[in-house]
Design a protein around this ligand. Sequence first.
Ligand code: ATP
Length: 331
Amino acid sequence: VAEAASPQESAFEQALRPRTLDELVGQERVREQLALVLDAAVARERTPDHVLLSGPPGLGKTTIAMIIANQLAAPLRLTSGPAIQHAGDLAAILSGVNEGDVLFIDEIHRMSRPAEELLYMAMEDFRVDVIVGKGPGATAIPLQIPPFTVVGATTRAGLLPGPLRDRFGFTAQLDYYEPSDLDRIVRRSADLLDLQVSAEASAEIGSRSRGTPRIANRLLRRVRDYAEVRADGTVDHAIAKAALDLYEVDDLGLDRLDRAVLDVLCRNFGGGPVGIATLAVAVSEERETVEELAEPFLVRLGFLARTPRGRIATPAAWRHLGLTPPAGADA
Ligand code: ATP
């Protein structure tokens, strides 16, 4: 989603990606269900059901798509909804698909409507009609596609139209990770990076990672820099805390955007309700970034509530900012 990663950061993420379901930390239920889907397909020598992964950014959707291809020993093709604006874009991709391929479509909810219709035909019947030409001279050319597996990723399954959603035989909803899982992810990454990190330090980094593995790895990288420049390279609790404070990650893991949203909501709009578009303008961010990145985490913490009239700050949010909730807001 909207967070841009630098090339160095992408290479770093790549190096830390689990390659098998066994290496994947947490998400036990999803792991077990997916293992069954994949093992059954391998045993039957059939392509597995199409898989839909939903959840906030950075929880492992791309990682799981890669694992699926890896466990099936199948090639993975990667594309994304925004790259598929015309049905023809999708037809071109589908015409290159080989039997058993895994086609990963990130942000699948952002495909155009005609492309969506073509996709669900392909997913159901392994054939599509490609329309060539316009007006009365247009002809439909049938295109057969060998059996393949679509892995779709979306921030919310509800953003997909019903008919497309129904074509997925297996849907997994990824949820924010527990601090203990994030602690394990930090320790695993530290091992891979040959970095000495104390138990308190990995727990501290894990608990400030907003439930998100990508952020856990990103914070570890910042902490590593700090430890190398300001100390002897090993990461103890004091170093981890000092580095995280320097990067303005607070003890609940709220980052600058999260705090800006709460701040604007409480200080400028008296706690709301405020529409998401106004809120996004007020913090100078894209609406999607606020809606997909900041909001789900703030809702989860009980700091923000969505109401039909807009977003409101809860009394806990006021207190987190060190402010007194307005009279009557205390529930
Ligand atoms: P986006 O929505 O932005 O595409 P995503 O949900 O696809 O994000 P990934 O890119 O798969 O997220 O994961 C981000 C990083 O977090 C990866 O580098 C990966 O190493 C790490 N990661 C994700 N899930 C796990 C996990 N369960 N165990 C260990 N590491 C994980």
